[in-house]
Design a protein around this ligand. Structure first.
Ligand SMILES: [Zn+2]
Ligand SMILES: [Zn+2]
Length: 145
């Protein structure tokens, strides 16, 4: 619940930062935009996520330790760091902080991902984000007229 509230608040803050304006009318327009448009896709909470164990091919569960997310195999005890790669930059994304929602962030581009998402999922989300930004630009443009 708190996460949801923080998320909504930070979205408006983020949009305001991107717009980088002190014009009260533009700011009011952005807040209205944020209130009236759908939230970005909900990232899955750090719930139950599994993968195949590379050693015994049974089920490994995602756990969170101090270092970040790890796969832990329930059968053989194999432990391996979870890696989510940016499909665009081909580099490892930054893992979510301990206790945070399952949201990985690419260090080089704005793409975000949840554990286990396909490249298509990640690219679809990025396209939706860009479309939302285009709408926002449009809203600001209307306001400036
Ligand atoms: Zn195993
Ligand atoms: Zn990237």
């Amino acid at each position: 619940m708190n996460d949801f509230v923080d998320e909504a608040r930070s979205r408006v803050a983020h949009l305001l930062r991107m717009a980088n304006t002190t014009d009260d009318r533009v700011r009011a327009r952005i807040i209205e935009y944020a209130d009236t448009t759908p939230e970005p896709p909900v990232m899955s909470r750090a719930g139950i996520v599994t993968t195949g164990c590379p050693q015994c091919h049974r089920t490994a569960w995602r756990q969170q330790d101090a270092e970040g997310p790890v796969w832990v195999c329930a059968s053989c005890g194999h432990v391996e760091g979870v890696i989510v790669e940016c499909p665009h930059c081909r580099i490892a994304m930054r893992p979510p902080p301990l206790g945070a929602p399952d949201r990985w962030q690419c260090p080089d581009c704005p793409r975000v991902a949840a554990t286990g998402e396909s490249a298509q999922d990640i690219e679809d989300r990025e396209r939706q984000r860009l479309e939302a930004l285009a709408l926002l630009d449009h809203a600001i443009g209307l306001c400036a007229e």
